[in-house]
Ligand binder design. Structure first.
Ligand code: HEC
Length: 136
């Protein structure tokens, strides 16, 4: 009986999972912008722990980023457009995660030029999404 109740509770939690809102995304954006600053100061102070802390924060936060609930509800009207938006977001989010790990590996190996190059590529991905989703 106990197990059934726990099972129901878990199922319940999954069903009422909080939607990803615009406020959530803005909070995540501020957090990843801060992560980029942390990584950058790790470069300048030549401090691996700082770079690692920034990369950790960036990879855990970017993993949450997706089209927000309001956009997801527009799916009926512009399904094709939304599919593209999801695909693009997933692709960019993945690229940012991979490049963050490159930063860590290259920086650890003493190759700061390559680490900075990966950092610049991440910035390019940030701006790509802003351009295409936000038209900034
Ligand atoms: C998947 C698309 C996407 C990616 C990738 C992305 N952004 Fe954003 N960003 C947005 C959107 C959409 C907004 C607008 C948020 C809103 O107002 O709803 C935004 C807004 C922001 C803002 C302004 C937040 C505010 O307080 O208004 C900052 C800062 C930001 N992004 C930084 C970054 C950085 C740094 C990166 C890369 C590490 C990045 N973003 C990558 C989509 C993205």
């Amino acid at each position: 009986m106990k197990r059934v109740i726990i099972g129901l509770m878990i199922a319940g939690t999954a069903l009422v999972a909080k939607p990803y809102t615009q406020a959530d995304r803005i909070a995540d954006m501020n957090k990843i912008a801060e992560s980029m600053n942390i990584i950058q100061s790790g470069f300048f102070y030549n401090n691996y722990d700082t770079v690692e802390a920034g990369v950790d924060q960036l990879t855990t936060t970017i993993a949450n980023v997706k089209p927000i609930q309001k956009e997801a509800q527009e799916q009926d009207i512009m399904e094709k457009f939304m599919d593209e938006k999801y695909q693009m977001t997933n692709k960019i989010v993945k690229k940012i995660s991979t490049k963050s790990l490159t930063i860590l590996q290259r920086f650890k190996a003493g190759d700061s030029a390559e680490a900075v190059q990966a950092y610049t590529k991440i910035m390019g991905q940030c701006m790509k999404c802003h351009r295409e989703i936000r038209h900034w």
